[in-house]
Design a protein around this ligand. Sequence first.
Ligand code: ADP
Ligand code: SF4
Length: 691
Amino acid sequence: MPDRAAMWHGGVVAYDVLFEPVPIGPVVARNRFFQVPHCNGMGYRDPSAEAAMRGVKAEGGWAVVCTEETEIDPSSDITPSIELRLWDDRDVPAVGRIADRIHEHGALAGIELVHNGLHAANLTSRIPPMGPSALPVVGSNHPVQARAMTLADIAALREMHRAAVRRALSAGYDLVYVYAAHGYGMLEHFLSSQHNHRSDEYGGSLWNRARLLREVLSDTRELCAGKAAVACRLGVGGGAEETALSAAETREVVHSLRDLPDLWDFVAGPWSLDSNTSRFGPEGEQESAVRGLKSLTDKPVVGVGRFTSPDAMVRQIREGTLDFIGAARPSIADPFLPAKIRDGRLDEIRECIGCNICVSGDHTQSPIRCTQNPSMGEEWRRGWHPERIRAADSDASVLVVGAGPAGLEAAMSLGRRGYRVTLTERSRVLGGRVRRESLLPGLAAWIRVVDYREMVLAKLDGVDVYFESTMTADDVLEHGFSHVAVATGSRWRADGVGRAHPLGLPIDAGAQVLTPDDIMSGSRPRGRQVVVYDDDHFYLGAVLAELLAREGFAVELVTPAPSVSEWTANTMELPKIRRRVLEAGITVHTDRAAVSVAAESLRTACVFTGSQRDHPASAVVLVTARAPVDQLCQDLVARQAEWSDLRSVRAIGDAFAPGTIAAAVWAGREYAETLDATDVPFRREITALGS
Ligand code: ADP
Ligand code: SF4
């Protein structure tokens, strides 16, 4: 923690370097906090929602706030992903609204212009994809190939980019990106010797492969001259995964182009590494790939690292690795991160837990959500704010039963509104499932969900917390609460009921069946051989398999899905999980659904042929579905005739419908937001009919 004596203006002297203004070409950033481009699943479909979301970042003190990738032309169409579009002039008002909201709070607005090249299957525009060479599209397995661009196509691409720059300037942007990163952009495909097989002046040597990037940077610079800064986002080599450029080639490209952009944004590897989860990489993981590049250019450098620690940020600046602290996820989890550091409110930082639920919005084409920040994506739709909530509408007292993520968030948000809140928890600790799961391999950072809320609750006079207090309907009815939120969570089922088996499984009386709750409470298989059956498809099945393998059990992981932890494709973890599972010596069986559990084995059937086999196991861990723990709610509703002061009883979070931790936190906020509300806003963009 900082030395409180060393504070100035409520801020901390040690961090003043983070608040120095930094020129970027013709514009000046007010400090070193830079929200780099990030996808959000809203884009062209929900531009007003995105504008409000970016505006809140600017309000929270970020000096630069950028859009996500903005497709510059219908030939850069990555349907079904929902990004921004500047396909033609008609897109300017929507994109301009975002810049306006950013400017309202004194930040610079940046826009990431992108031609997706080989990554664009063009499923909407139906234009045959194009790239440096004739190759299948990348980043998806759509059965589509790109054609090799002619020199006329290359000239046309430059003109497309110029047109998009003009539109971006007319929409009011202060910083225009030229994008060659993540393996997704045309300019990076030209840089890559894997994807660029040309023998003309745009192929072969690195100088030739960098020609198009050089030309587009020059074009952009010419158009932006004096009006806006030019940023180059470059995928750099030398990280843990293969990139278009090697580390040596990266240095050569940066050196040769050093004066063209006004700012360099270095990205270490593909997006899955650039946005690595805390399960697979620490804060500041990108440093080794980015360190030293700044010495090749006089222009300021931005880079990311899931930075939430101001000390780590200062070190990046002082050691000369970065000029700007880039952030996507830390700015999502806490849009007010800069303001909190500036004001010395470090304990109030809502630290990103590195779970990538935010990333899943882009992958599921749904508006962004965040485990730590339930207001993310709801700024415009529901009018939620990450730091403010409207005052209480009555002097009602509220009982919140259960201190998992739903109960914690509800109690905290109600307390902030000014209600008198009693939070009761059966155990001796706060956190519910989050506390338990944070003890599992790789999930330690998740405890931040509890830490933040525990800190806020401690400061709220109106919230009383009682531990070791198991509430019954009698207890509740004895006290005169006005409202009761039942946030008592859920329990993993031991009967096999789940997606593949809505009616459950036949289970032999002599079988040892364990649930995730049992494992997290310390129960272990009675013998060495164990099967983990995963019909949940998110992280827990593989995490438990990893835990048991580390403890020396011989583990088989069986799933009816075609892949282990299939849903984690949406958090970009799937290949990493698969690798970790294999490295842990776990045997994997995909496409096999359970048939029955016998005393010493699990019987499964191939989901395609039905052919059966037995997997010897002294115990079977069933990761299938959860049952809501909502008895208290049911009991109270059944005794409505006995309610005197009580006006409402609601189950929230997993007790209502089991879901993600993000969903439980959101449910807590939603409960607090809607208590006593007469009008519950839910705005959405309505499609304008074409003629
Ligand atoms: P959610 O994800 O919905 O917040 P969790 O399962 O994480 O749910 O948390 C539920 C919390 O409620 C746990 O900490 C549990 O100990 C507590 N709890 C369950 N039943 C009761 C009860 N009757 N009285 C008080 N606390 C309870
Ligand atoms: Fe961080 Fe998870 Fe929120 Fe994304 S969803 S910003 S990874 S806490």
